[in-house]
Ligand binder design. Structure first.
Ligand code: DGL
Length: 261
């Protein structure tokens, strides 16, 4: 069973990508809705929350952890690997690899939460692999609450997205990493505002391809794929709003269970 966590709703876009890539695999999701957002919290706090989330998923039967949150992926994967003996995937490296494969001019834009952008993780990893690349980053703190509200295509959302994307557009980026798993819900607007020459990289979809490769090359994991693909969803704070947005993201009924962290 594949365990995925995020601070809230955003990791469901990663869960959706994983379900498409690995339809016969069981998934268990934890959204830490009581403690969201992670993007404005300190590194130490995000690491501590991430360890607690991973422990919960493993206790519930997960055998692999996918960190479906860029903020947690920028600071916590090593701590999770050190603490637990299971495969751990995160969303940053796969997004960097896809961006480098897609970019022709090495002009790469990154948008994310304040935490992710302040960590410099994307810039560091891109430069490690392609020192000549130029990375243009912009934190977009208003986008997570807009997605959590389900404001996917409101005029206000379009204006805010435009003002975040404009500074990157004028720098003529050719590739744009959605460095937050909430942002795929705004992808059509982001794409429109970035311009049609810009390739959009979705970090959740990128990790799903990496997990698929891992599963296909490990027989013990491949054999787990013959299930019905049953999903379980847990949150640390229940709101009907979360459920209806989760259903809009996954396009299926979502039976949410509340768990105290
Ligand atoms: N979905 C999380 C991410 O990918 C961000 C949400 C938050 O700030 O908690 O970074």
């Amino acid at each position: 069973m594949i365990g995925i966590f995020d601070s809230g709703i955003g990791g469901l876009t990663t869960c959706r990508a994983l379900k498409q890539a690995l339809p016969g695999h069981d998934m268990i999701y934890f959204g830490d809705t009581a403690r969201t957002p992670y993007g404005s919290k300190s590194r130490e706090t995000v690491v501590r929350y991430s360890l607690e989330n991973a422990r919960f998923l493993l206790e519930m039967g997960a055998e692999m952890i996918v960190v479906g949150c860029n903020t947690a992926s920028s600071v916590a994967p090593q701590a999770i690997r050190d603490a637990f003996d299971v495969p751990v995937f995160e969303v940053v490296n796969p997004a960097v690899e896809q961006a480098l494969a897609a970019s022709k001019k090495g002009q790469i834009g990154v948008i994310g939460t304040r935490g992710t952008i302040a960590s410099g993780v994307y810039e560091t990893r891109i430069k490690e692999k392609l020192p000549s690349a130029t990375v243009h980053s912009n934190p977009c703190p208003l986008l997570v609450p807009l997605v959590e509200e389900g404001w996917f295509n409101r005029p206000e959302t379009r204006r805010i997205v435009k003002s975040y994307i404009h500074p990157l557009r004028v720098r003529q980026i050719d590739t744009l990493i959605l460095g937050c798993t909430h942002y795929p819900m705004l992808e059509p607007i982001i794409k429109e505002k970035a311009g049609k020459r810009v390739t959009i990289i979705n970090s959740g979809a990128a990790v799903a391809s990496q997990v698929k490769e891992y599963v296909e090359s490990h027989p013990e994991w491949r054999d787990k794929g013959g299930n019905t693909g049953c999903d379980r969803f847990f949150v640390s704070d229940y709101t009907p709003q979360f459920r209806s947005i989760a259903e809009a993201i996954l396009k299926q009924k979502v039976d949410l269970k509340l768990v105290q962290q």
